[in-house]
Design a binder for this molecule. Structure first.
Ligand SMILES: NC(=O)c1ccc[n+]([C@@H]2O[C@H](COP(=O)([O-])OP(=O)(O)OC[C@H]3O[C@@H](n4cnc5c(N)ncnc54)[C@H](O)[C@@H]3O)[C@@H](O)[C@H]2O)c1
Length: 407
């Protein structure tokens, strides 16, 4: 066992279980460790510090182990600059490229730790030498151009995993925890507190929503939340807009009369009539300006200048003229709205919630409301570990949230 390297890590390593994860990961990779130094943070704010020698039976195992430890916040003690290699072709990177996580990341360039911009998971890092110094940025593979300098391997990369910091609002306490129905009310109260705090500090809250919001009677509460300025952007698909407009124009959602809870005759046609009406006015905004669309979620967005992005899918009827069927354009429009957000609240859309989870850095607070606990688990497993799951009916959630915000 001749191949070894010393790594260091600091943070809330014990109570966030990062220390145990580091040790487990070394063993899983087929290496062993020797703790050279460990100092436990003495207060709830103070970081713990770890210095660990990783010893592997071969160079390959050592390299793999070091790569795996990067995402737990370990970096090599004998710090060297990150390895850069040029992209051989457009959209193609060297085989040993470093694949990004959603955690805050730094790369060592010219002897300095440089923070990576546009952090997101499943990207690569490109480095540019500017007059003011080197910059590092996350890029999607499709945006790589031949000759771009790509960060490769695990050397000179440092990640700050999100610790379960002692969050005053108890948000972190709830993190990775899927609230059952019984606990939903407490969770809603904490979400409302956090929303108020973020807005009072001028922060951004982005909502992601599926059509179930309309089917379950959440329209009035969600409209009020938009009207009162708690929504800085709405990221959704074709369906919520279609059914919201159907509900406003005909009182039904997917043909079901929401007042009486029963399907109405010919009701299945209503969502097509809604699309037809919007087509006539060229866009949702056009229908609002013409005075045809006078209430509902989409109306409130237009009236209060809340940007919305409707990303298309294979399931879409119509689609509405506002729905972006070019998915690269839609992904980019989503990412633009997520940039700088402090909080993302996902309401009952597995597709769009997971899509947004992939684009959102781990320091952004994320809440996922879904009737199915598996959706929240899926979001966490994909890497969005900061997600707080609230397992409940979304209409009930929105009504409780509106009550908490103004009750
Ligand atoms: N007519 C149309 O154009 C049309 C209709 C439906 C969907 N779509 C499109 O298909 C794509 C996927 O649609 P989606 O996001 O609705 O589906 P999805 O399957 O990705 O997500 C729906 C989620 O809602 C949850 N859910 C169901 N009932 C709930 C309740 N009462 N409370 C809380 N959560 C509940 C489910 O567990 C599921 O996770 C979207 O792009 C959408 O716009 C289009």
């Amino acid at each position: 066992m001749d191949f070894s390297e010393i790594v260091e890590a600091e943070g809330h390593l014990v109570d966030s279980q990062i220390l145990a994860n580091i040790m487990d990961r070394v063993i899983e990779c087929g290496a062993v460790y020797e703790v050279q130094d460990f100092s436990l943070g003495r207060t709830n704010d103070e970081f713990s510090k770890l210095r660990l020698r990783v010893i592997a039976p071969s160079r390959e195992v050592l390299v793999k182990t070091l790569e795996e430890l990067v995402e737990l916040g370990c970096y090599q003690a004998h710090i060297r600059d990150a390895v850069l290699r040029p992209a051989p072709l457009n959209s193609v990177v060297p085989d040993d490229f470093y694949s990004t996580t959603n955690h805050r990341t730094f790369v060592r360039l010219n002897g300095n730790w440089t923070e990576v911009g546009n952090q997101r998971m499943d990207g690569v890092i490109i480095v540019r030498q500017e007059e003011t110094g080197a910059t590092a940025t996350c890029r999607k593979l499709r945006d790589i151009r031949e000759g771009d300098q790509i960060v490769c391997g695990a050397q000179g990369i440092r990640i700050q995993p999100e610790f379960k910091a002692r969050d005053r609002m108890g948000f972190a306490f709830m993190a990775n925890d899927i609230s059952s129905e019984r606990r939903a009310e407490t969770a809603v109260r904490k979400v409302a507190q956090l929303m108020r705090m973020i807005k009072s500090e001028g922060g951004r809250i982005v909502f992601v929503a599926g059509p179930v919001v309309i089917h379950t009677g959440g329209t009035a509460a969600f409209s009020q939340i938009i009207r009162k300025g708690f929504v800085d952007a709405l990221l959704a698909g074709n369906a919520i807009a279609v059914h919201d407009i159907e509900h406003t124009l005909y009182g039904t959602s997917l043909g079901v009369d929401l007042e009486r809870g029963i399907p109405i005759e010919e009701g299945h046609k209503n969502h097509m009539r809604a699309i037809n009406t919007i087509n006539r006015y060229g866009s949702i905004k056009g229908a609002v300006e013409a005075g045809v669309l006078r209430s509902g979620v989409m109306y409130e967005c237009v009236k209060h200048n809340v940007p919305f992005v409707l990303a298309g899918s294979i399931r879409d009827d119509g689609p509405l003229p506002d729905t972006m069927m070019d998915l690269i354009q839609a992904q980019e429009a989503y990412a633009k709205q997520i940039a700088g957000a402090q909080m993302v609240i996902c309401l009952s859309s597995m597709l769009h919630s997971i899509g947004v989870g992939n684009m959102t850095p781990s320091w952004v607070k994320m809440v996922c409301v879904d009737i199915n606990p598996a959706v929240v688990t899926k979001l966490s497993d994909r890497g969005s570990q900061q997600t707080v799951g609230i397992v409940t009916d979304v209409g009930t959630f929105l009504n409780l949230l509106a009550q908490e915000l103004w009750g």
